[in-house]
Ligand binder design. Structure first.
Ligand SMILES: Cc1ncc(COP(=O)(O)O)c(C=O)c1O
Length: 450
C-alpha cells in the first residue's frame, strides 16, 4: 500500500510525497513496516530528546491515564500537574516559576503575547500591545505566532491575515547585514532593536520575542558574545518584557536546561514545547513570574485565555517522566559533550565545496550550503540542494530537518542535525558516515552540472 495523497483519507503535510509507515521506534532509530531503519537525526523537528520507545515514559503515562485521563483546567488540578510544575520550577531560571501548560509551541507563543498585552492593560498602559520579533525567526504557524515568525515564505500566502508586528535583523554573523564581524561590530544587529523601538514608539511595545539560538528558519544560529545582554538592556531601558522562545532550544537541547542560561540572562517570560514531552504527548508551556501574574489577579481576576486541552493531566505526567529520565541519566551534561563531538565532526564537512557554514550549540546544529565558499553565493533555488540532501539522506536511512529561503526570502539552503540527547558517539559517527556518502554524491552531480 502506498501512503501518498490522494490514496486513503489522510490530508498529508506534503501532498506530493510518499510516506513510509513507521511501526516502531527505539532509541535514536525508527523502523518502517518494510523493516527499513532510519536514524532520527533531527528527532523529528528537534522534538525527540529522550529517544523513542522509552518504556518508563509509557509506564508513567499509563499510570496517569489509569487514574484520570482528563480534567478541565478551570475545574480541577491533579497530582501530575502539581508535581510536574514543581519539578519544572526547580530547573527554571530563578524567579521564573509560574507555569501555564498548553499543548503546542504556537499555542504557547499566542499565550505569551496575550499575557504581555493583558499585563500592560492591567498596569494602566493599554497602548502597549505590539511585539517586536526578528527576521528569520520561527515562532509557529497560528496567525499570531506567524505574524511574529520572520520566515518570508511561510508568511507570504497569509499576509492579509497577519498582525502588523515590527521585526529587526538576526545576529547572522556568517552573512552580517551590516557587513561587520564581532568583536569589532559593536553588535550593530542588537542596536537595530533600539532603532526599531524608537521608530515604532516605545510606548506601543509590550514585548520583544526571540529564540536564544535561532532554529527552524535559519538553523542553529548562536548569537555572538554580549548580544543577548545588550537586548535585555534595551528592553529594560524601555520597560519592555523579554520573551525567550525556548520551544526548540530548551529542555537540555543546547547542553543547558535552557539556552538562555549560556548567557546568564533573565527573561520575563519563557516559552517551552517540543522536548518537554520528547514527542510522547502534545505539550508546551508559558512560564512567567508571580509578580507579573499578580497584576492580572488584582485587576481582572485572571488571565483572559484558555484552551480545552491546557493543563492536561496526562501531558503533565509525561513531562514529569521526561524530566526524571533526563536527570537520572544526566542527559543535559551528556548533550553538551556529545554536541561538542558532533560539531567537531561536522566541521570535517567543510572539505566539500558546497558546505559554507557549520554552526550550533549542544545537539542543535546546522550546515549551510553555498554555491561558492569564498563569496558565500547561495545556490539557485531551482537546484533544490536542500531537498536533494534531505531525500538522499532519507534514502540512506538518515532523517534530517530542512530549511530554505533565509538568505533573501527565496534563496538559502541548510539542514539541521538535532538527534535525541541519548545519542552515543558511535551513533554520531554513523550519521557522519551517511552525510559523507550523500555529500560525495552531490559533489559529483554538481561537478557534472546536474
Ligand atoms: C522556536 C519555536 N517556537 C515555536 C514553534 C512552534 O511550535 P509548534 O510547531 O509546536 O506550534 C517552533 C516549532 O518549530 C519553534 O521552533
Amino acid at each position: 500500500m502506498e501512503y501518498r495523497y490522494p490514496a486513503g483519507n489522510v490530508f498529508y503535510r506534503k501532498l506530493a510525497r510518499a510516506y513510509p509507515l513507521v511501526t516502531r521506534g527505539e532509541g535514536i532509530y525508527l523502523y518502517d513496516e518494510a523493516g527499513k531503519s532510519y536514524i532520527d537525526g533531527s528527532g523529528g523537528a528537534l522534538v525527540v530528546g529522550v529517544g523513542h520507545g522509552q518504556k518508563e515514559i509509557l509506564q508513567k503515562m499509563m499510570e496517569q491515564m489509569g487514574q484520570v485521563g482528563y480534567v478541565h483546567g478551570t475545574q480541577f488540578t491533579t497530582r501530575s500537574i502539581e508535581a510536574y510544575a514543581e519539578a519544572l520550577g526547580k530547573i527554571l531560571p530563578p524567579g521564573l516559576d509560574k507555569i501555564y501548560f498548553l499543548s503546542g509551541g504556537s499555542e504557547s507563543i499566542e499565550a505569551s503575547i496575550k499575557f504581555a498585552r493583558q499585563y500592560f492593560l492591567e498596569s494602566g498602559q493599554p497602548q502597549r500591545w505590539r511585539v517586536v520579533a526578528r527576521w528569520n525567526s520561527y515562532h509557529g504557524n497560528t496567525l499570531g505566532a506567524l505574524s511574529l515568525t520572520g520566515r518570508l515564505g511561510a508568511r507570504r500566502p497569509y499576509l492579509p491575515l497577519l498582525i502588523n508586528f515590527p521585526h529587526f535583523p538576526p545576529p547572522y554573523c556568517y552573512r552580517c547585514p551590516f557587513h561587520l564581524s564581532p568583536p569589532g561590530c559593536e553588535l550593530e544587529c542588537a542596536k537595530a532593536l533600539e532603532n526599531v523601538i524608537q521608530m515604532e514608539g516605545p510606548e506601543t511595545i509590550s514585548a520583544v520575542l526571540l529564540e536564544p539560538v535561532g532554529g527552524a528558519t535559519i538553523g542553529a544560529l548562536v548569537p555572538p558574545p554580549g548580544y543577548l545582554s545588550l537586548i535585555k538592556e534595551i528592553c529594560e531601558r524601555y520597560r519592555i518584557l523579554l520573551i525567550d522562545d525556548e520551544v526548540m532550544a530548551g529542555m537540555g537541547r543546547t547542553g543547558k536546561w535552557f539556552a538562555i542560561e549560556h548567557w546568564s540572562i533573565s527573561p520575563d517570560i519563557i516559552v517551552l514545547g517540543k522536548g518537554m514531552s520528547g514527542g510522547y504527548f502534545p505539550l508546551s508551556a508559558m512560564v512567567t513570574k508571580g509578580e507579573l501574574i499578580d497584576r492580572l489577579k488584582e485587576r481582572a481576576g485572571g488571565f483572559v485565555h484558555g484552551h480545552t486541552f491546557s493543563h492536561h493531566p496526562v501531558g503533565c505526567a509525561v513531562g514529569l517522566a521526561v524530566i526524571e529520565f533526563i536527570k537520572e541519566r544526566q542527559l543535559v551534561e551528556q548533550c553538551a559533550k556529545r554536541g561538542d563531538y558532533l560539531l567537531k565532526r561536522l566541521e570535517e564537512m567543510k572539505s566539500f565545496s558546497f558546505v559554507g557554514d557549520v554552526r550550533g550549540k549542544g545537539l542543535m546544529t546546522a550546515i549551510e550550503f553555498v554555491k561558492d565558499q569564498k563569496t558565500k553565493e547561495p545556490f539557485s533555488r531551482s537546484q533544490r540542494v536542500t531537498e536533494r540532501i534531505i531525500d538522499e539522506s532519507f534514502e540512506n536511512g538518515l532523517v534530517l530537518y530542512p530549511g530554505t529561503g533565509f538568505v533573501d526570502g527565496v534563496h538559502g539552503d541548510m539542514v539541521m542535525i538535532g538527534p535525541p540527547l541519548i545519542i552515543e558517539e558511535s551513533e554520531i559517527d554513523e550519521i557522519i558516515g551517511i552525510l559523507k556518502r550523500v555529500f560525495s554524491r552531490l559533489e559529483r552531480d554538481l561537478g557534472e552540472g546536474l
